[in-house]
Design a protein around this ligand. Structure first.
Ligand SMILES: [Zn+2]
Ligand SMILES: [Zn+2]
Length: 721
């Protein structure tokens, strides 16, 4: 082959053809450096017949410059990239780029110089050096990485090298990871677990595509069960990918994995240092990293020998990416399994309705684990009707929950209070003039964070110090907090039970895997009496002495027009309830609500999951909503409000008129201003069978927009803001 077609990473360009000079070997999937005008850019060689482009005469072709020292992207991965681009109406290059997620890895292996503390203390101890000595304990990395960890400049660290406080170490960036041992410690499985494990193991050994829905109540031992399939894949020489929704909180998973397989798996997530990224990417690409546990982006790693994919907590909405290429990792995982011809396990105690429907229709095989493992029973659930059992004025914990909390404290057992709202209060206003603190970049209120004394926007990250005076009327000490956040609930617990040891668990407090590990250890060692947390505490944790769960506001998730609101509320509360009574001691759950009659609350109270799903399924069928119909959103945005409105109007004005496609809008988005951009939305509702992607692509392709306008397509949207 001396003429190749190349997918280049430049949004404005289509595929380009190049000439391959004598003596250079390339094949589809090869990662190459090619000239583009005076510049050099990276591209991937692609099958020309799958990638139409304008033919360039042979004498005009420029030669490729270099083949990068990495294996070609495997064929099944390339097919998945094509599928993603097509299904999610995204540029092929943007999807392919997600597979080349470490620039350093593409440049090859070799030695890297890293630094670590020498343990000596020489020279002048400036405050920065003291800070670095403290924060770099146990760390090793390049100067740049250590600078980020320690929060000091690179010059400070270079000074520390000169004064013998830091020493250099030569590290091979291609050093292999320890290999997990499928026979390290084999666990005995209970009846239903064994049956489920056997089905998955069979599919792994047969190397056939088979999606499984591993459906088991919280505490039923889903992880141990799918570990058998992981062991089978390892034994037959395959690689395994496990996706988890919150990678910062995988400490307990890593420990369980280590105790079963003798070593931790390779991790992949956005906060890896670039040297760790390079090592992981390269080891995956050569088939040497055997088990990778990662966030959704791990789906695009170039595994050459994938034998199994597991999506744990598969119902979680964090598998949905809401910027750039808007994809749902749960669905893409199934497609990767399809192209790789390997089984895919979706594990959950509260499966997404879409997944249940696939099981119902026979496309997924449903494996049910009906009981809690080790004889623990499911917790008893009680409803606290807030209209009758009112909390004290300015408080949020109703009398029955107060009583239950006090009982647990006396018995030395643990409680967990759940409220899915970070910070102290969701709205702050001036008592004197009524001024409300709003984000300048978004149509959203600023949330008070009392611990860090700041007002913050949870959409764009804008922050200001909490002012002493009202910025509008100048009155001092006049700010009123409205409504509760977890910080305020923690404060209330401290008032009710001053002797209780309270831990606050949110993304503001568990900012690193180390902090998460510290929390888990304290809770396991009974150094905490009451945990107050957001959705971070709803999954994965297993604390034997936790016997009470209190849901502060079960109605919160039902507000707003999200089509999955009821399902999400059900999942969240069922998951957090599942934290109670996971060992011998029985658990109790109190759910505070103003709407005990709502179907979702009634289903939680009676523990009748099937009834809830049946009712919800009917409602969706009626509304033509997923999984019975299709939704797609078109989001138009610009920093200039008139420009955004004009573009939205142009899209609305050229809407296709089709019998099975309904198009709503354009209308200002509920968050009409986000990160400084004005936003309009259109919603497309179509029949299951219609080719909604093709309709949208053809519709938008005929329009041209000013450079400041962004038009994003969201297929199967989760967020309706
Ligand atoms: Zn004021
Ligand atoms: Zn904002």
């Amino acid at each position: 082959m001396n003429r190749i077609r190349c997918l280049v990473f430049n949004a404005a360009l289509g595929p380009l053809d190049y000439r391959v000079p004598e003596g250079i070997d390339v094949e589809p999937g090869s990662v190459v450096v090619v000239p583009l005008g005076p510049r050099q850019i990276i591209g991937v060689v692609w099958e020309a017949e799958r990638l139409p482009a304008t033919e360039v005469p042979a004498h005009k072709l420029r030669p490729i410059l270099q083949v990068l020292p990495v294996p070609p992207l495997p064929t099944p991965l390339r097919r998945m990239i094509e599928w993603c681009a097509d299904y999610y109406v995204a540029p092929l290059a943007a999807v392919a780029r997600m597979a080349l997620s470490s620039n350093a890895a593409l440049q090859g292996g070799g030695k890297v110089t890293e630094y670590r503390l020498t343990g000596r203390e020489n020279g002048r101890m400036t405050p920065q050096r003291i800070q670095a000595l403290d924060l770099l304990n146990g760390q090793q990395g390049t100067i740049r990485e250590l600078g980020e960890v320690a929060g000091v400049s690179e010059a400070v660290l270079r000074g520390m090298v000169q004064h013998d406080l830091l020493e250099s170490v030569q590290v091979d960036s291609d050093r292999p990871y320890p290999e997990p041992d499928p026979h390290f410690v084999e666990h005995a499985l209970a009846g239903a677990q064994q049956i489920a494990a056997d089905r998955m193991v069979d599919a792994v050994l047969a190397r056939r595509f088979q999606p499984f829905l591993l459906d088991g109540v919280t505490g039923s031992g889903k992880t141990e069960t799918y570990f058998e399939a992981v062991a089978a894949a390892l034994e037959s020489g395959g690689q395994v990918l496990v996706l988890l929704p919150e990678i910062a909180l995988t400490q307990s998973f890593l420990k369980r994995f280590e105790s079963r397989f003798g070593t931790e798996p390779v991790t992949w997530h956005s906060s890896l240092k670039s040297s760790e990224r390079r090592r992981a990417w390269r080891q995956v690409a050569w088939g040497k990293a055997k088990v990778v546990v990662g966030a959704r982006s791990a789906l695009f790693l170039p595994f050459p020998k994938l034998g199994l994919i597991v999506v744990d907590e598969a119902h979680e909405i964090s598998f949905k990416q809401d910027d750039g290429v808007r994809y749902n990792a749960r669905d893409v995982a199934v497609m990767r399994g399809h192209f790789e011809n390997v089984p895919v396990v979706l594990a959950s105690a509260t499966p997404a309705l879409e997944s249940l429907q696939m099981a119902e229709s026979g496309r997924y095989e449903r494996l049910i684990l009906p009981d809690r493992f080790g004889g623990a029973s499911l917790p008893e659930i009680q409803i606290v009707d807030l209209r009758e059992q009112q909390p004290e004025r300015g408080h949020w914990i109703a009398p029955p929950l107060v009583t239950a909390l006090k009982e647990r404290l006396q018995k030395g057992e643990q409680s967990l209070l759940f409220l899915n709202r970070r910070g102290y209060a969701p709205l702050t206003l001036c008592r004197h003039c009524g001024f409300r603190f709003q984000c300048p970049n978004c149509s959203a209120w600023l949330v008070e964070h009392r611990l860090s004394r700041r007002l913050a926007c949870h959409h764009c990250g804008h922050e200001v110090a909490t002012p002493e005076r009202c910025p509008e009327c100048g009155e001092p000490d006049c700010l009123v907090a409205c409504g509760p956040g977890v910080e305020r609930i923690a404060e209330e617990v401290a008032q009710i039970m001053p002797e209780a040891r309270v831990a606050l668990v949110t993304s503001d407090t568990l900012t690193s895997p180390a902090k998460a590990a510290e929390f888990v250890e304290m809770a396991a060692n009974k150094a905490i009496d009451v945990i107050v947390g957001t959705q971070l505490v709803t999954k994965g944790y297993h604390f034997p002495d936790l016997t009470l769960v209190g849901v502060i506001d079960a109605d919160m998730g039902l507000e707003g027009g999200d089509l999955r609101a009821a399902e999400r509320t059900y999942q969240q509360i069922a998951q957090v309830a599942g934290r109670a009574g996971r060992a011998e001691k029985p658990g109790e759950v109190l759910i505070q609500t103003r709407h005990p009659e709502a179907a979702v609350i009634a289903a939680l109270a009676s523990g009748d999951r099937d009834a809830f799903y049946a009712a919800e399924t009917e409602a969706r069928r009626e509304a033509g909503a997923p999984p019975f119909g299709r939704w797609a959103a078109i989001i138009v945005s610009s920093e200039d409000e008139a420009e955004a409105k004009e573009a939205a109007r142009a899209i609305g004005g050229t809407r296709p008129n089709l019998p099975d496609v309904m198009i709503l809008g354009p209308a200002p988005a509920p968050l009409s201003l986000l990160r400084g951009r004005h936003r309009y939305r259109l919603l497309v509702n179509a029949r299951r069978t219609s080719e909604v992607q093709r309709v949208i692509r053809e519709w938008l392709d005929q329009l041209r927009f000013p450079p400041g306008v962004r038009v994003a397509v969201d297929i199967d949207p989760y967020s309706f803001v």
